[in-house]
Design a protein around this ligand. Structure first.
Ligand code: FES
Length: 580
């Protein structure tokens, strides 16, 4: 069992804490928007639903630990930056939360002190009374700043979540609903903060109206009415502490931000001018880079040709280098490297250039030839391949060798071509492409749609139609040749590398990778289970197959440590009936 490297764990904590905070914010802002209807309704929902989740000890621990972790990791990523070269979105991701924290810190501290330290209660009436009791200019400024806080925090969360979900959907086939229904998410992204800001405006308006009415009803002044709300919710002894929060935060938070900016600038300057190392190559080239730069990045900076099929994500071994010499220690292999070393069996002094970040000068030899000899391949994607989710269908005839031994070669060609035509037409009609014919076997890939569920359904439909049409073909075969063809099919989906492969004029686009091998093994399993089709559960789920009608099994797959859950289907011709 591999231990994940530190950076992967940190990334996961950052994502998880971000998701928890986003869940909190979406509920919190939705609660704000209920003030559009009435403060009483918003307070009711807050007390009876929102507080039940987030004031529960488990909710509280999750919330505060996520906030703490997200802040620490966010600031440490700013402090350890080596360059200011960032996209516009990256700048927004850094600047917006830093600005929002000026008000958020006061908001969180006041709420925590009132409710957790002094046992008071925080309600919308209290918040609107606190804002409304200020002078008009301060009230307007507070309303503007709190609205900006909502917008900044929300934008930060949306950019982070959008990038994460898109990456998961495109590269790992997860959360495909996100790219399937973009307009729903766009609607949520706009409606939640808009509703919250309007909730504030309506809440403040209602509070000023209520204060006027109450001042007549109970013969008091508006400030006195606000005072009565404060007294009701905030214990006397909490007042001086709460009042001290704003000046303290406004005085010290800017100093803290200044400190962060100075340290960040110093770190960028240090990385730019000091603490550099030299990465040298046998051809005499050398590149000066800041410590912590990967060897692959150094090659790119120095324009040294360096193969890197997976784009530096530790998913291949094509960037491998031999370490010829180095000063001092070099960092130990991380999770991705250990995985690659164990799988491919690399020597100790062979490392992955995209993962090795030397802290001292080093001389390396890139091991794979970066000059690609495939003249017929024209685009960068074609030359290197692209990682993508692919659905793979294998079809194979049973005992065809025996059958062909009994037939004349021309008859065999005729039979095979009939079978190829049946499968080929169905596969193409369902948006698949015939990848290769291997004797009496066929491999087809389904990647026409951006949505893996659609590709999975296409593959399953193809298998079902092949089964039906093979029955018709077999009835002809029985008449013409006194024989019939038996066959098995396997379908699996997962990440593969798709690109042009071959030599000279024999170059085709194909998919390679573990998942292709697994699909082939599933097809072989049809012999063991005496059925027509074996589908991985992943595909069955994506294609919405009603699994109740079929056998679900956990099977061993050669070359794979964990068992794989599969669905076995004796007769695939009635499979379409099971699509729910
Ligand atoms: S580029 Fe693929 S592992 Fe380094």
């Amino acid at each position: 069992m591999f231990k994940e490297d530190f950076s992967t764990i940190i990334r996961k904590i950052r994502i998880l804490s971000g998701v928890i905070l986003f869940a909190y914010v979406i509920m919190h802002l939705s609660n704000h928007s209920l003030n559009i209807f009435s403060i009483e309704l918003a307070d009711n929902v807050r007390e009876n639903y929102f507080a039940v989740i987030w004031q529960h000890p488990v909710g509280l621990v999750l919330l505060y630990s996520s906030l703490f972790a997200h802040l620490i990791l966010g600031f440490s990523s700013v402090l350890t930056r080596k360059s200011f070269k960032m996209s516009f979105k990256d700048w927004v991701q850094i600047i917006f939360p830093i600005l929002a924290l000026l008000f958020l810190a006061q908001h969180i501290a006041a709420s925590f002190i009132i409710t957790k330290v002094f046992g008071g209660s925080e309600t919308y009436s209290l918040i609107f009374a606190a804002i409304s009791s200020s002078e008009t200019s301060k009230m307007i400024m507070d309303a503007i700043f709190y609205s900006l806080m909502i917008i900044f925090i929300w934008t930060h969360g949306v950019i982070g979540l959008d990038a994460y979900l898109k990456q998961q959907a495109v590269h790992h086939g997860k959360y495909s609903f996100y790219i399937s229904y973009p307009s729903i998410f766009k609607f949520i992204y706009w409606i939640v903060p808009t509703g919250a800001v309007f909730g504030w405006i309506f809440g403040l308006r209602e509070m000023s109206f209520i204060a006027q009415i109450k001042s007549y009803e109970i013969a008091t002044t508006v400030p006195m009415y606000f005072q009565s709300i404060f007294m009701k919710h905030i214990p006397m002894e909490a007042f001086p502490v709460v009042m001290a929060i704003e000046p303290i935060v406004r005085k010290y938070y800017p100093l803290f931000v200044l400190f962060v900016v100075v340290v960040c600038v110093l770190n960028v300057v240090r990385a730019r001018f000091f603490g550099r190392i030299i990465v040298s190559y046998p051809g005499g080239e050398s590149v000066s880079v800041p410590k912590g730069t990967s060897v692959l990045e150094a090659s790119r900076i120095g324009k040294i040709p360096h193969q890197s099929i997976c784009g530096g994500r530790g998913r291949c071994t094509t960037c491998r280098i031999k370490v010829l010499s180095h000063e001092g220690e070099i960092p130990k292999p991380n999770f991705h490297e250990i995985k690659a070393i164990e799988r491919v069996g690399l020597d100790d002094n062979v490392r992955l250039a995209c993962q090795l970040k030397p802290t001292n000068s080093i001389t390396v030899l890139p091991l794979l030839n970066p000059e690609n000899q495939l003249e017929t391949a024209r685009s960068a994607r074609a030359l290197t391949g692209k990682e993508q989710e692919t659905v793979i269908l294998f079809v194979d005839l049973r005992d065809f060798t025996k059958l062909s031994e009994k037939k004349l070669p021309y008859d065999v060609v005729y039979i095979l071509n009939k079978y190829y035509a049946v499968c080929g037409e169905i596969i193409e009609k369902n948006g698949g492409r015939l990848d290769k014919f291997i004797g009496d076997g066929i491999m087809a890939i389904f990647d026409a749609s951006d949505f893996s569920s659609e590709n999975c359904s296409n593959a399953v439909n193809s298998a079902s139609e092949i089964s039906k049409n093979m029955k018709t073909l077999n009835s002809e075969m029985r008449v013409d040749f006194s024989e019939e063809m038996r066959f098995g099919m396997g379908i699996h989906a997962g990440s593969t590398i798709v690109g042009l492969m071959g030599y000279g004029k024999t170059v085709t686009e194909t998919a390679v990778g573990d998942n292709v091998n697994i699909a082939s093994r599933l097809e072989e399993l049809t012999k063991t289970y005496k059925c027509e089709l074996v589908i991985s559960k992943y595909v069955a789920d994506k294609a919405n197959i009603n699994k109740e009608n079929y056998d679900l099994k956990a099977v061993d797959i050669r070359g794979r440590k964990e068992k794989l859950e599969v669905v076995t289907i004796e007769d695939a011709s009635d499979l379409s009936l099971a699509l729910v």
